[in-house]
Design a protein around this ligand. Structure first.
Ligand SMILES: *Cc1c(COP(=O)(O)O)cnc(C)c1O
Length: 396
């Protein structure tokens, strides 16, 4: 066994079960292991590496800023944060953005904004605000967030949990209508559920959710940490239905594959509930992150990664669907966020991932039965052909 694996196992917590490969280098869609073997990365760090590994333009922005000014905290203004927030608001069409680091922190920010808005603006009685969330959701790993999960393993042993959340089935518009009360502050939803196994809701779902939320003065908050910034073939997955949510949560790809950068975006009147001292983060919005985030947005636009994801996603979905194998139960997804559900009578998704590893393709199972294909958006048709051929080969 590699000594790197031994060290992780000896000194690390056992909260992941990585595939047995030790990565040392990355470039574009490729990563290399300790022996110099090259792999196509179909995971892209759970969609955080949309721009490809070590994108030269973003690396340049990082190293230049790292040698100039990296972290000063929000106790002071910097010459980088405003530019980043402006770019972010301009591409997404929101008035205001609040920068954080991890996705979970941006979700927590959205929850705090929704609750305070509910008390100050909607006049819900103190401590009564409810947030509706969906079964199968994944919004992160903080105690508040796992408290609103429906996944037993995410919750087990971590209670007691914060109250104020209501779970409804995903993709069920009648359930949302029934769950809304005068005390509902927000509906928090993923336009496509990533961690649940790439679950695409019925067409028109998000649009109807938006109409219901508007009718009842409920904030529609889309968690697009995984689906945002081009992943599904539109800048935002909510764009597929022409929906403009009241709040938007971004993370993952916002860091250009280099840093943890997240943000909560909303209208000026909602963001106005925050006043100095209400909320913050030591590292959130630091000039290093702001420079990298701004470069990540520039590259996304300059390389037209959004339409690439649409075109290549269609291509990949078609190629995968054409594989004839009893192993495959379903192929689903949008853009370059694709799940292949494996018939569990035949074998586990992990077994398929282990076989793909030997063929030079990296992926990871979700929920035991789904193999995820979410490569950097810079992938080419030829590289997709190689992956599809590798999958066909291991499904025998
Ligand atoms: C990954 C993810 C998160 C959590 O982001 P972290 O950076 O891991 O905290 C939240 N929501 C969705 C939809 C995600 O995919």
């Amino acid at each position: 066994m590699s000594s790197s694996i031994g060290l992780e196992q000896q000194f690390g917590a056992n909260n992941y079960s990585p595939l047995p490969v030790v990565l040392t280098k990355g470039e574009g869609v490729y990563v290399w292991d300790e022996e110099g073997v090259r792999y196509i990365d179909m995971m892209s760090a759970y969609s955080a590496v949309s721009h490809g590994h070590c994108h030269p333009v973003i690396v340049k922005a990082l190293s230049e800023q790292a040698g100039t000014l990296a972290v000063v905290s929000r106790a002071f203004y910097t010459n980088k944060l405003g530019v980043f927030l402006q770019k972010l608001c301009e591409i997404t069409g929101f008035d205001k953005a609040l920068p954080m680091n991890s996705g979970a922190e941006a979700v927590e920010t959205a929850i705090k904004a929704a609750r305070k808005w509910a008390y100050q603006v909607k006049k819900i009685p103190e401590n009564k605000a409810e947030i509706i969330v969906c079964e199968g959701n994944f919004h992160g790993r903080t105690t508040t967030i796992v408290g609103m999960s429906s996944e037993p393993q995410y919750r087990f042993g971590f209670g007691p949990f914060a109250p104020g959340f209501k779970l409804i089935p995903y993709g069920d518009i009648a359930a949302l209508e029934k769950a809304i009360t005068p005390q509902t502050a927000a509906f928090l939803v993923e336009p496509i559920q990533g961690e649940a196994g790439i679950i695409v809701p019925p067409k028109g779902y998000l649009k109807k959710c938006a109409e219901l939320c508007k009718k009842h003065n409920v904030l529609l908050i889309c968690d697009e940490i995984q689906t945002g910034l081009g992943r599904t073939g539109k800048l935002l997955a909510s764009d597929h239905e022409g929906v403009k949510p009241d709040g938007l949560i971004l993370g993952k790809a916002l860091g250009g594959g280099l840093l943890p950068i997240s943000a909560f975006l909303t209208r000026a009147d909602v963001m106005a509930v925050f006043t100095p001292g209400d909320h913050g983060s030591t590292f959130g919005g630091n000039p290093l992150a702001a420079a990298v985030g701004a470069a990540a947005i520039d590259v996304l636009i300059q390389e037209d990664l959004v339409s690439r994801a649409a075109k290549l996603g269609d291509y990949m979905l078609k190629s995968l669907t054409s594989i004839q194998s009893p192993y495959i139960k379903e192929v689903r997804g949008k853009g370059l966020l694709i799940g292949v559900e494996i018939n569990k009578e035949f074998c586990s998704a992990r077994e398929i991932c282990l076989r793909l590893l030997k063929e030079g393709v990296l992926s990871k199972e979700t929920h035991h039965t789904v193999v995820r294909f979410a490569p950097p958006l810079v992938i080419t048709e030829q590289q997709i052909d190689k992956v599809v051929a590798a999958l066909s080969k291991v499904l025998i």
